[in-house]
Write a protein of this length. Structure first.
Length: 144
């Protein structure tokens, strides 16, 4: 069964994000740093009369992070809004989610974020779960 997916580029890789996880896509303005936050938290930003937590998705994937990305996918996890930074927003299109092919090896946090794959023009595209890239809020609340 086909579902709508948002295609985006993240850390140099094209990914597919289920439209159920997408509240909106935005350009992020000023971001205010949050002291002692997890490395993957870029900070807070005001967006349409609400404050969102800005997540550096590259850092959440265990990569260097600190990309200059200003585009973001807004998602809601446990009732809170997060702006997930992406390098490029490409398109929205219907795809059938399929399991990852056997033998596909994903490194680090890519493995945890993977939900499967979709096929675009004969090429596989990794489908990811944005909620996996949101830092564990229980851990954030316990930091000294």
């Amino acid at each position: 069964m086909e579902r709508l997916f948002l295609l985006a580029e993240l850390a140099g890789r094209t990914v597919a994000i289920d439209s159920d996880q997408v509240e909106s896509v935005v350009d992020i303005g000023e971001v205010t740093a949050v002291p002692r936050a997890a490395k993957s938290i870029r900070g807070l930003a005001a967006l349409r009369s609400r404050v969102v937590t800005v997540v550096d998705t590259e850092a959440a994937l265990g990569l260097n992070g600190c990309s200059l990305a200003r585009r973001a996918v807004i998602t809601r996890v446990d009732g809170h809004f997060y702006a997930m930074l992406v390098d490029v927003l490409e398109d929205v299109a219907p795809f059938e989610l399929r399991p990852l092919a056997s033998g596909v090896v994903l490194e680090g946090a890519w493995r945890n974020a993977a939900r499967g794959m979709v096929e675009r023009d004969g090429e596989p595209v990794l489908a990811i779960d944005l909620s996996v890239l949101v830092p564990n809020t229980d851990l954030l609340a316990c930091q000294d």
